[in-house]
Design a protein around this ligand. Structure first.
Ligand code: AMP
Length: 419
């Protein structure tokens, strides 16, 4: 009796073949764009102390309330698989004293994240994000640059029907008055709100703008708008961000209902959506988080960043084809047998040491089968290894020569140079 087959857990996926090629293309485009703009790649651990997210994402957010994969390690510490990248990057900024470096410190990542959400098309429990964070400057040019870089990446990835929504949340201090006003308004309409929104009137009233139930949406249409209650310096900052985006010809719409899910945002917030995506239309978004580093025990440090979902980018676009890998030499064997296998393996190792891309026959094929395989792999040269000598075939021409196996690598290298 055979054992039952095992499957990948719900909401997770394997990355295979074509998918892995388009992901590589995305990674190399992201690297070129972000590193070209002075961003350095950062890797943080897959799990962190649960407290980092409780403090850095916010107790009242959906992520912390119901979406985290949290577990206790054998030492009794509470750990959480990272649900997002900004808090870990800020933790690393503080831990490594990056405030002493030249500011702003610009960091980018391409990593997997974990959220226990209802799995559906475009929404997974392990998913990938490309993200960028710039810490240490509140200059509106950092906001505009950050948004422009994501716009450039999405354009290069061929993202269809893209829209950029933009708003400003002011600073937590400047929105304190507004929060009270909004809370009062929500209480007045409490009976029409969803239980979830009602339970968060005090902790996170702004989240009511994100609610999907018709009752709450109806109430929110008449709600006071934060953009109308910003103070002067917030308004000036926002106006400058918009002016710089105009200069860079990045189109956007002002959306005064955009609040973003996380607690830490201040001033600029933005979101790219693709109408080609259906229900899960968010491609990427972010904003400024000037109080976050301090909240994590660091010095007062402004910051801004974004994260974009890799799967959503790939669903919403036609990425540019990745260049096919080049195979310079395929090592075939005249016949099977230990001695020829050793000679072929020796040649394979020598070719790779000389910097050639090379593969050898590994599946016990007939000579004809090996030549078909070399053809399918697009090999530039094939060496058919015999006893001390090899037949070297130029797969782009008709030429073929019999030479000592010890001179094959040299001949392939020379053949390349004469092309
Ligand atoms: P957020 O960190 O929630 O602002 O998400 C940023 C981007 O990550 C979103 O716009 C999506 O593209 C992507 N994303 C967030 N959650 C998921 C998920 N569960 N599955 C796939 N992509 C996601």
């Amino acid at each position: 009796m055979s054992e039952p087959r095992l499957k990948a857990p719900r909401g997770t996926f394997d990355v295979l073949g074509e998918q892995s090629a388009v992901r590589s293309a995305l990674e190399s485009r992201a690297r070129a764009i972000l590193e070209g703009a002075g961003y350095e790649r950062i890797e943080t651990p897959v799990f962190e102390a649960t407290e980092l997210f409780a403090r850095g994402v916010g107790e009242s957010t959906d992520i912390v309330r119901k979406e985290m994969f949290t577990f206790e390690d054998p030492g009794g510490r509470s750990l959480t698989l990272r649900p997002e990248g900004t808090a870990p990057v800020c933790r690393a900024y503080v831990e490594h004293g990056m405030h002493k470096r030249r500011q702003p410190v610009k960091l980018w990542y391409l990593s997997s994240f974990f959220r226990h959400e209802r799995a559906q098309a475009g929404r997974y429990r392990e998913f990938w994000q490309v993200g960028a964070e710039a810490l240490g400057s509140e200059d509106p040019a950092v906001d505009a640059e950050s948004i422009t870089l994501l716009a450039a990446l999405l354009a290069e990835m061929g993202t269809r029907e893209l829209r950029l929504r933009l708003s400003s949340l002011g600073t937590p201090a400047s929105r304190a008055d507004y929060r009270e006003r909004l809370k009062a308004y929500l209480r007045e309409h409490e009976q029409s709100l969803s239980p979830d929104v009602r339970s968060r009137i005090d902790a996170n009233p702004l989240r009511a703008f994100d609610a999907e139930d018709p009752g709450t949406r109806g109430v929110m249409q008449g709600a006071p708008r934060l953009l109308e209650h910003l103070d002067r310096s917030d308004l000036e900052h926002f106006a400058e961000v918009r002016a710089l985006l105009d200069l860079a010809s990045v189109p956007y719409e002002i959306d005064d209902t955009l609040v973003r899910g996380l607690d830490y945002y201040s001033r600029t917030v933005f979101e790219f959506t693709s109408d080609a995506l259906g229900a899960q239309s968010g491609v990427g978004g972010g904003g400024r988080y000037d109080g976050l580093v301090e909240q994590l025990g660091g010095p007062p440090t402004p910051g801004i960043g974004w994260a974009a979902g890799v799967e959503r980018i790939l669903l919403a676009g036609t990425p540019p084809p990745a260049p096919a890998p080049v195979l310079e030499l395929f090592v075939a064997m005249h016949s099977t047998g230990r001695e020829l296998r050793q000679a072929a393996f020796g040649l394979l190792a020598e070719a790779r040491s000389a910097g050639l891309t090379a593969q050898m026959e590994l599946g016990g094929r007939s000579l004809k089968g090996q030549l078909n395989l070399a053809n399918a792999l697009g090999a530039r040269f094939v060496a058919i290894v015999g006893d001390g000598v090899s037949t070297l075939k130029d797969m782009q021409g008709t030429e073929q020569q019999e030479i000592p196996t010890s001179t094959v690598v040299h001949a392939v290298l020379r053949g390349h140079h004469t092309l």
